[in-house]
Ligand binder design. Structure first.
Ligand code: DAH
Length: 360
């Protein structure tokens, strides 16, 4: 065996035995690199006589080509094997169930759900949503709503007052959403049709009262709005909200400083065990206060009561949520207990619509 053949076989043997691409690269450098064995053979050509160089040159170059070819072939094999190994190591079973994401596990609080339901119902009746601040002035919360200074109705509101400001006036946490009526009438010309959902505050705490709670106010002002419209709007609302075909309502005379006449509204229901069913039964349940907007309130916001008239109502959102969804205690609403929320909460992508069903 010539010296060349022995070298070639030894290199080809190393190539065949290289276990991975790094080892193969080491073989390539050892043979074809600057200081490699094949390069050393080529370097001997310079010292040969021209004739000898011709034959030896051809033989060494052919050897070099065969080595290069063997390297390339082995590299392809190793590359394919490495890819195969990686593909099987990184295998992913896409038939495994996904871990539930936030849209699956998160829940919408019943208060937010009921607000969305209210907005869906009243938007369908042509109402828009108005908002006001939680921290109110005495003027908007009481005076402009026709609560005269020193009137006992102010005391009934158990108000949280702030310390007097530089102007000696005390701000307060709004005790009802009615000041948003005032803000809306000051900002907008009639016709007005708004609902005002939001947070309200009173110094009160037991199973059905929390210091912070929620109300929704409704207000309609135009030239002709009358009590027949008020009753119809409330009846349509109750049917849609409680998802029943008919409801019987009872309007009882009452008193609010900002409406005249004023009424409290009861709806017919049946109490069975701990459950309440609407649209049937012999019992009555109070759900809201309402009335025709008092002429003094219209005057206080610069509207002429001989031209404009309208009606308003106010309702506890927490209360109607408890009634609709059978929650006996109000306090857990504010406790942020995920167990309660996952029981009573709503799926985030099931947004309430009248067409799709409010609560289904
Ligand atoms: N603001 C009243 C309350 O908190 C509720 C209310 C009653 C609002 C009659 C109204 C209304 O707009 O007309 O008790």
């Amino acid at each position: 065996m010539s010296e060349h053949t022995a070298l070639e076989q030894s290199i080809l043997g190393e190539i065949a035995a290289a276990p991975d691409e790094a080892a193969l690269e080491a073989v390539r450098v050892g043979a074809l690199g600057k200081k490699g064995s094949v390069s050393a053979l080529l370097a001997t050509l310079g010292r040969m006589a021209p004739d000898e160089r011709k034959t030896a040159g051809a033989a060494i170059n052919a050897l070099k080509d065969r080595v290069a070819e063997a390297l390339a072939a082995r590299r392809d094999v190793l590359k394919a094997a490495a890819l195969e190994a990686r593909l099987s190591a990184e295998k992913l079973d896409i038939t495994l169930p996904l871990r539930a994401g936030p849209t699956e596990t998160g829940r919408i609080h019943p208060i937010s759900q009921v607000m969305d339901e209210l907005i869906a119902i009243f938007a369908d009746l042509g109402f828009s949503v108005a908002e006001g601040p939680d921290i109110e002035t005495d003027d908007y919360n009481f005076t402009k709503l026709n609560f005269p200074e020193g009137h006992p109705a102010r005391e009934m509101h158990d108000t949280f007052f702030f310390a007097p400001g530089a102007d000696a006036k005390r701000k307060l946490l709004r005790t009802h959403t009615s000041p948003v009526q005032v803000r809306t009438m000051l900002a907008q010309k009639p016709p007005i049709r708004v609902i005002c959902p939001g947070r309200t505050y009173r110094v009160d705490s037991d199973q059905t009262h929390t210091p912070q709670f929620h109300q929704v106010e409704g207000l309609v002002i135009d030239r002709t709005a009358h009590m027949g419209h008020l009753k119809w709007v409330l009846e349509e609302f109750c049917k849609a909200f409680f998802e029943v075909k008919t409801v019987k309502m009872r309007f009882r005379p009452s008193f609010f400083p900002f409406t005249e006449p004023s009424m409290e509204v009861d709806i017919q229901c049946r109490r069975q065990g701990g459950e309440i069913r609407f649209g049937e039964g012999e019992d009555w349940l109070e759900i809201l206060g309402c009335g025709m907007v008092h002429p003094n309130v219209l005057r206080n916001v610069g509207l002429d009561p001989d031209v404009y008239q309208g009606f308003a109502w106010g309702m506890g959102i927490d209360r109607i949520a408890m009634l609709k969804y059978g929650m006996p205690d109000l306090r857990p609403f504010f406790e942020a207990d995920v167990r309660w929320l996952s029981h009573y909460g709503f799926r985030p992508l099931d947004f309430p619509t009248l067409a799709g069903g409010l609560s289904s």
